[in-house]
Ligand binder design. Structure first.
Ligand code: HEM
Length: 136
C-alpha cells in the first residue's frame, strides 16, 4: 500500500504544479497585446494542459486504488472527495479558459485571474489537513 500512496502523492504534487502555473499564464495572457507573445502564451498553455491532464488521471487513479482496494474511508475522505470534485471542475474550467484565449474570446481581467489562481492553494490546504489530521 505504501508504494500506491507514494505514487498518489507524487502525481498529486505534479498535477498541482500545473494547477498553480497554468492560471499564472492566464494572468500574463490577460495583460498582453503583442501578437507574437500572445501566440507563445497560447502554445505554452496548450502544452502544459496536455501534460498535466494525464498527471491528474494518475493522481486520481492511485487515490481511488487506496480508497477502494485498501478500504480506507471515513468522514474526512467524503469531505476530501467533495473538494477533489471541485479541483477536477477547476481543471476542466482551465481548459475552457485556454480555448477562449486561443479564440481571442477572453473577457476577464488579469486581476480576476490572480484571484482565480488562489483557489487551488485553498483546496490543497484543506485536502492535506483532512487526509493527514483526519479531523472527523
Ligand atoms: C479520487 C480522488 C482521491 C482519492 C479517492 C484519494 C484517496 C486517498 C486515500 C484513501 C489516502 C490514504 C489515506 C491514509 O492512508 O490515511 C490518500 C492519501 C493522500 N491523499 Fe488522496 N485521494 C484523492 C485525491 C487527492 C488529491 C487531489 C490530493 C491533493 C490535493 C490528495 C492528497 C493526499 C495526500 C497528501 C495523502 C497522504 C496522506 C498521508 O500519508 O497521511 N489526494 N488519498
Amino acid at each position: 500500500m505504501l508504494w500506491i500512496k507514494a505514487l498518489h502523492i507524487i502525481f498529486v504534487t505534479s498535477w498541482f504544479a500545473g494547477l498553480f502555473y497554468l492560471p499564472r499564464l492566464f494572468v500574463n495572457h490577460a495583460m498582453e497585446s503583442n501578437e507574437a507573445t500572445l501566440a507563445r502564451l497560447a502554445l505554452m498553455e496548450h502544452k502544459l494542459y496536455r501534460f498535466m491532464t494525464p498527471l491528474a488521471v494518475l493522481a486520481l487513479a492511485f487515490g481511488l486504488w487506496l480508497w477502494l482496494f485498501y478500504h480506507i474511508s471515513g468522514g474526512w475522505l467524503h469531505a476530501k472527495l467533495g473538494l477533489v470534485a471541485g479541483l477536477i471542475a477547476y481543471h476542466f474550467y482551465c481548459g475552457k479558459i485556454m480555448r477562449d484565449f486561443k479564440a481571442g474570446k477572453n473577457a476577464r481581467s488579469h486581476v480576476w485571474y490572480r484571484w482565480f489562481n488562489e483557489a487551488p492553494v485553498l483546496i490543497l490546504f484543506a485536502v492535506v489537513v483532512l487526509v493527514v489530521v483526519k479531523p472527523f
